[in-house]
Design a protein around this ligand. Structure first.
Ligand code: HEM
Length: 518
């Protein structure tokens, strides 16, 4: 009996050892398989041009070294490895596209869907155009595009004129005083008030007071969505305080939108006929759910605010360094804005040919949405320009900044030359050399709003003022944080003296003079 038990005990021991060995072997195989899976893409695409990745992090550290200056690093790579090249984010492969033929293929020919990463990061916005899936997007886009017509542009001009009047009175009080002002902040407040009026028919009065809760909510929301993008895929480890800020901002926006929508639904037909149309009318007429209407309004406010204002700031930064361009802008404004008027009438905006060229050159040299066209290959393909292979699931980023700054597409690309955009020059080049608003089915739906707004604002400013930089031009740099913004490297006070103890940098420090001053 004992020996039987011993025998069965031994048997038990042997089988435990077997199980243990099997477990260790399986675990080892699993780890090996995971390592192989991690390394395999590096090995598979080792011959594709791009900076060599450092295993296991890829190219993350180079990108993190100079925050805000990633566009410069990418430009260096594009010059070294060719316009389309690959980067590694851990073991995820991202193809940076700056060959115009590849860009056309990605954005239009194949019309790859938006990257799920981008859509996930911006998902708190709800079902707005930026985040809709490839299946849902065409219907919504068509419904909104149909209502973006000449009548809408007229109402935009009406709202713009009202806010520009406020801007002029603010700037009149500052000009000829030798005070240094942050032009980027002034223009940012102006464009936020314009888009708010265009969306709801009411002003947030950001230009004159800090009272309204919406400007802070919109800016916070934008900031936190950008954090989502930057920290992806670690965004859930980011302190909860940022998620809290995002939710609070969303709540303020929802509450405000709900209030305005309720008022709209109670409006009589006469009241409606007696006011100027706005975006909310367009979205309500599209027979959307209330949640979707709010998502659209929030999307338009986010997408249409700082893109326009920062490009305007860069435009004035460039003009401030070139008196010939400034003189031509002034002559054009004098010609088309009647003597007694401050702001150009709607019908004359189309005549601002030179101003349009200057604006386009600002969009080329400083594209605000330089790296936002992020797509995901939905099949295996070969990019026709570079011959680079992409597989289903590869991330692709079409970079307008790179296309606009590579010497093979633009002669002397860093020089600001408005004459690059004469009608003749535009006819002769490929549309994929100039992509500030992207192309294809997910290009910028608000580009004609941005162009009309910019021409009206620039002509008003150059009719009335002269703008001089308060620091050396090279102390202002492009700072990239999903959108590109101007950023003065030194801290200066309102008299223009360096003061490192100040707690914030200015965007674009300038002095403003009235034209009669000179
Ligand atoms: C200088 C100003 C602007 C620039 C440079 C700009 C640039 C862009 C770019 C590049 C995209 C496409 C992103 C992609 O490919 O995924 C885009 C999309 C979009 N933009 Fe703009 N934008 C500007 C102004 C505006 C304005 C004023 C509005 C609103 C009135 C607006 C509303 C939108 C919307 C809603 C989308 C998403 C369109 C869709 O997916 O169907 N943008 N913008």
């Amino acid at each position: 009996m004992t020996s039987k038990l011993e025998a069965s005990g031994l048997q038990l021991n042997i089988s435990t050892a077997n199980w243990f060995t099997l477990f260790i072997l399986t675990a080892l195989l699993w780890v090996l398989y995971k390592c192989f899976k991690y390394v395999h893409p590096y090995w598979r695409f080792r011959n594709v041009p791009g900076p060599p990745p450092k295993w296991p992090v890829g190219n993350i550290f180079e990108l993190l070294k100079n925050p805000g200056q990633e566009h410069r690093l990418l430009l260096k790579y594009a010059k070294q490895y060719g316009p389309t090249f690959q980067l590694w984010y851990l073991n995820r492969r991202m193809v940076i596209v700056a060959d115009p033929e590849d860009a056309k293929f990605v954005l239009a020919t194949r019309n790859y869907p938006k990257s799920p990463v981008f859509r996930r990061c911006f998902s708190p916005l709800g079902h707005g155009l930026l985040t809709l899936s490839a299946e849902e997007h065409p219907v919504q886009r068509k419904a909104i595009s149909q209502r973006f017509n000449e009548e809408f542009l007229h109402s935009l001009h009406h709202h713009l004129t009202a806010e520009l009047e406020v801007f002029i009175s603010q700037v009149d009080a500052l000009c000829d005083t030798e005070r240094v002002v942050d032009l980027d902040a002034l223009v940012s407040a102006l464009t936020l008030d314009v888009i708010a009026r265009t969306a709801f028919g009411v002003s947030f009065s950001t230009q004159t007071s800090q009272q309204h809760p919406m400007p802070y909510a919109v800016l916070t929301l934008l900031d936190e969505l950008v954090n989502n993008m930057i920290f992806y895929p670690y965004r859930f480890w980011v302190p909860q305080v940022t998620q809290k800020r995002l939710n609070e901002a969303l709540q303020v926006i929802r509450k405000f939108c709900n209030m305005v929508i309720d008022l709209r639904l109670q409006e009589s037909p006469e009241e409606k006929a007696n006011r100027v149309r706005d975006l909310l009318d367009i979205f309500l007429e599209s027979e959307e759910t209330r949640e979707n209407v709010i998502a659209h309004v929030a999307t338009f406010m986010l997408a249409g605010h700082d893109t326009t204002s920062h490009t305007l700031s860069f435009c004035m930064y460039e003009v401030a360094q070139n008196r010939d361009i400034e003189k031509k802008l002034q002559e054009e404004s004098d010609r088309w804005i009647p003597e007694q008027e401050k702001i150009i009438p709607f019908e004359q905006v189309g005549h601002l040919e030179y101003t349009r060229m200057v604006w386009n050159e600002a969009l080329r040299t400083h594209p605000a949405a330089a790296n936002t066209s992020v797509r995901c290959a939905d099949r295996d393909d070969i990019l026709p320009g570079s011959g680079i292979r992409v597989t289903k699931g590869t991330g692709l980023m079409v970079s307008s900044y790179l296309i606009h700054h590579l010497p093979q597409y633009w002669e002397d690309p860093d020089r600001f030359i408005p004459e690059r955009h004469t009608k003749e020059a535009v006819r002769q080049r490929s549309p994929y050399h100039f992509l500030p608003f992207s192309r294809g089915s997910r290009n910028c739906i608000g580009q004609f709003v941005a162009n009309h707004e910019a021409l009206t604002i620039l002509s008003t400013i150059y009719k009335r003022y002269e703008i001089r930089l308060a620091v050396d031009a090279d102390q202002v740099e492009e700072y990239f944080r999903v959108t590109m913004k101007p950023h003065c490297r030194v801290r200066i006070d309102s008299e223009g003296k360096k003061d490192p103890s100040l707690d914030a940098h200015l965007g674009l420090p300038v002095r403003i003079y009235s034209r009669k001053h000179f």
